[in-house]
Design a protein around this ligand. Structure first.
Ligand SMILES: [Zn+2]
Ligand SMILES: [Zn+2]
Length: 400
């Protein structure tokens, strides 16, 4: 049995007051995607206090990139934390609950930022341990879902000069126990695509349905028909989710409406399945509507790519974490989750891995995005250690 070294964990525990203060500051004043102006100010202030030079991106992005360089040459590792909050009314009753009505850090991005500032502190205090450069990437608009916040940063060269060799990130996860870290090679998260279907029929009196196609009935057929993709078209061992999230149509019980609008999401973890699913849905919607004499207009919007962890980089990080924490605190995940994450865009460009920071406990049953989601603060210490250890692990195996 390998004994944990706890090199970083002891020092990180002493950082808890600072980690807590950062988390409180972010949590109290949550900002929505692409509105993270106050958050950016707080980050700049904190990084300035740590003596970390920073780069900002004006009105193009609210992101902040800090650079910690060592005297020794070595790989450049980017560590990423997301910055944005959600339009959720907080119900945690925490003493530092959101001061901004209807906004909440319900996805733990406040924790991610505090952990990354903690990692920066540890690295600045131990310059001799670094072999190369660490870039601290604070990224806005992860929740935005369309272009997201990673793409604008990449477009403005956040991963250039110096060029990033590896990328590491993490997200709090209730399905992993508090004190543990979840990891997985290959696909970890899905491509979350969206669709909108406008079904048009013939409006009229509810007592004369024979006079034209009924958009409500056609919409119902489409909702049911789309599930055949999951049950009969995709390979049973290749996960696909199709969910219709909204249906809007009609004004009265005795009026057949002209139009019904459906919106939903399609999630896949294999790029080939992703494009097959889109083509199949297009065909299926057209066929169902056509066979009932109605028309259907489908808009299909691609979300973030599938998040694929590089196997070798993941192994380097897992080995380093195992030495630091002991192997029992590492949890290998065997199935991808069907959520999306724009960290996938970094992994399309450079190898790296995305970890799951455990916050699950008997008292923490709330899921991400819920009004009572409230990770335990001990996750802050582990999150800072995970980033530092993982970065040094990647540098040690990556060569110059
Ligand atoms: Zn989220
Ligand atoms: Zn999130």
């Amino acid at each position: 049995m390998v004994r944990p070294q706890n090199r970083w964990s002891r020092e990180a525990r002493r950082l808890l007051p600072a980690l807590r203060a950062w988390r409180v500051a972010f949590h109290q004043e949550p900002e929505l995607s692409n509105e993270e102006v106050l958050t950016r100010e707080k980050l700049l202030h904190a990084l300035d206090g740590l003596g970390v030079p920073t780069r900002t991106f004006g009105s193009y992005s609210n992101g902040v990139v800090g650079v910690i360089q060592s005297d020794r040459s070595g790989p450049v590792v980017a560590l990423r934390a997301d910055m944005d909050a959600l339009p959720v009314v907080e119900e945690t009753h925490a003493p530092f609950a959101s001061r901004f009505e209807g906004r909440m850090h319900a996805c733990g991005h406040d924790v991610h930022m505090a952990c990354l500032l903690g990692a920066a502190t540890l690295l600045k205090r131990n310059p001799g341990r670094l072999r190369g450069t660490v870039k601290l990437v604070f990224q806005p608009a992860e929740e935005e879902g369309g272009r997201g916040g990673a793409l604008p940063l990449l477009e403005r060269g956040a991963f250039e000069s110096p060029r990033v060799d590896y990328v590491l990130g993490q997200h709090v996860a209730s399905e992993v126990p508090l004190g543990a870290v979840g990891w997985k090679k290959g696909a970890l998260m899905a491509a979350p695509d969206q669709f909108e279907i406008r079904v048009r029929g013939t409006p009229g009196h509810a007592s004369t349905p024979h006079q034209g196609p009924d958009a409500v009935l056609v919409a119902a057929e489409i909702v049911t028909g789309l599930q055949a993709l999951v049950s009969r078209v995709r390979n049973p061992v290749d996960p696909v989710v199709v969910t219709v999230g909204t249906i809007h149509g009609g004004t009265r019980h005795n009026v057949i409406p002209q139009e019904v609008v459906l919106t939903g999401t399609v999630r896949t973890v294999d790029p080939k399945t992703r494009s097959k699913a889109e083509a199949w849905i297009r065909r299926r919607v057209r066929m169902i509507a056509g066979s009932m004499g109605a028309s259907a207009l489908l808009r299909y919007r691609h979300g973030y790519p599938v998040l694929v962890n590089d196997p070798a980089a993941t192994q380097s990080v897992v080995d380093a974490l195992g030495r630091e924490l002991g192997p029992t605190r590492l949890v290998e995940l065997h199935h991808p989750g069907m959520g999306g994450e724009d960290f996938a865009r970094y992994l399309e460009r450079v190898p790296g891995t995305f970890l799951r920071l455990g916050v699950g406990s008997p008292s923490m049953t709330a899921s991400l995005h819920s009004p009572t989601f409230f990770p335990d603060e001990s996750a802050l210490v582990l999150g800072a250690v995970t980033l530092v250890t993982g970065a040094l692990g990647l540098q040690a195996t990556g060569g110059a």
